[in-house]
Design a protein around this ligand. Structure first.
Ligand SMILES: [Cu+2]
Length: 138
């Protein structure tokens, strides 16, 4: 009787430790997932250099920007003017459209060296001076 009980107890202890073992490894998996997520976050929050840009009638300030290849830039654009303007980077499909007083930002990573034209796409605004360029140096 006593022997039978101790065998049952042994089985119970063994089952508990097996379950605990599974739960333990499950916990490890979660830990791995978490560290993967952290890696992803690190990649996306790669040091972005902020650049403040102001739009007004009729200029983009600063109009010319030089950066290094591989840099991630956070363009913080504010419309200081009294009418609608855009901050458009040709060839990158990036355009911030801002009403008077509005501001917005966009983060762009520049992987290739070259020169990108920036402009305000409102008719005649480029001709009146809302144009510039971003030089990406190798
Ligand atoms: Cu404009």
């Amino acid at each position: 009787m006593l022997k039978k009980m101790s065998i049952l107890l042994l089985i119970a202890i063994l089952s508990i430790s097996i379950i605990a073992g599974c739960a333990g490894s499950g916990g490890d998996d979660n830990g791995n997932d978490r560290s993967d997520e952290q890696t992803d976050i690190d990649e996306s929050t790669e040091i972005a250099s902020p650049i403040d840009i102001k739009l007004s009638e009729f200029k983009i300030t600063p109009s010319n920007i030089t950066i290094q290849k591989g840099e991630t830039i956070n363009f913080k654009v504010e419309n200081d003017g009294s009418t609608f303007h855009t901050y458009t980077i040709e060839g990158l499909d990036e355009e911030l459209r801002l009403q008077s007083g509005q501001s917005d930002n966009v983060e762009i990573k520049f992987d290739k060296p070259g020169t990108y034209k920036v402009l305000c796409t409102v008719p005649n605004h480029e001709d009146r001076g809302m144009v510039g360029e971003i030089k990406v140096e190798d």
